[in-house]
Design a protein around this ligand. Structure first.
Ligand code: HEM
Length: 184
């Protein structure tokens, strides 16, 4: 795997304009984030369970839904604390979350609407409570950074799996993708 999680996080912070003010706004609201996390979890799984295909994935195994509720609540709270101030632990955790979804075959078509739901529900909550826009801005940026980890995991895992299986070089692989895209 070529992706180095800490480097990727730094690049995404830069591209998303996620700065020290955003981090401060999130950390100042960490208790609030923890407090609303269970409610956001309810909205999230209520939304996913409305879709037949996603509901099937979520309820495929005994105990999965309970596990998911716990890990999602934790994930939500971590967006406010940054775990280790958005350091190695945060980056490695986000990368791992990406890999878990890739292994399960949960792709962009599932993850993008799911993250949009998080952003929408947070926005509703912030407006209802008359909270500062700065928290909303910062949260939408970190949500997109977390989403980028899951999406990038897809690309990295697929390309590295094909290269390993076939022995193709990265350059050849990229050329084949470009040729394939041209013919579509
Ligand atoms: C905003 C997007 C999402 C976030 C932030 C998220 C978060 C998480 C987290 C934190 C974990 C635990 C990872 C671990 O074990 O280390 C997880 C696992 C999982 N997620 Fe997601 N998820 C998202 C989208 C989805 C979607 C759209 C689906 C299904 C359609 C899904 C299904 C699953 C499943 C099946 C697992 C493994 C559960 C188990 O058996 O332990 N996730 N997710």
């Amino acid at each position: 795997m070529t992706l180095e999680p800490r480097e990727f996080l730094a690049k995404m912070e830069q591209r998303m304009l996620f700065n020290d003010e955003d981090k401060a706004a999130l950390q100042a609201n960490a208790d609030w984030g923890k407090q609303i996390a269970p409610e956001m979890t309810d909205h999230f799984y209520e939304f996913l369970n409305r879709d037949e295909e996603m509901a099937n994935i979520l309820n495929q195994k005994d105990g999965r839904m309970e596990r998911l509720r716990a890990t999602f609540t934790e994930w939500f709270s971590e967006m406010f604390t940054g775990m280790d101030d958005w350091g190695d632990a945060y980056a490695v955790r986000r990368w791992r979350i990406g890999l878990v979804h890739v292994k399960l075959g949960i792709g962009p078509q599932h993850v993008v609407p799911a993250m949009a739901t998080v952003a929408r529900e947070v926005d509703n909550k912030i407006k209802a409570e008359g909270k500062d826009d700065a928290v909303n801005d910062a949260l939408s940026k970190i949500c997109m950074i977390d989403l980028a980890f899951i999406e990038q995991a897809y690309v990295e895992v697929s390309s590295s799996a094909v290269q390993k299986e076939t022995g193709w070089s990265e350059a050849l692989f990229r050329r084949m993708i470009a040729t394939g895209a041209n013919s579509m």
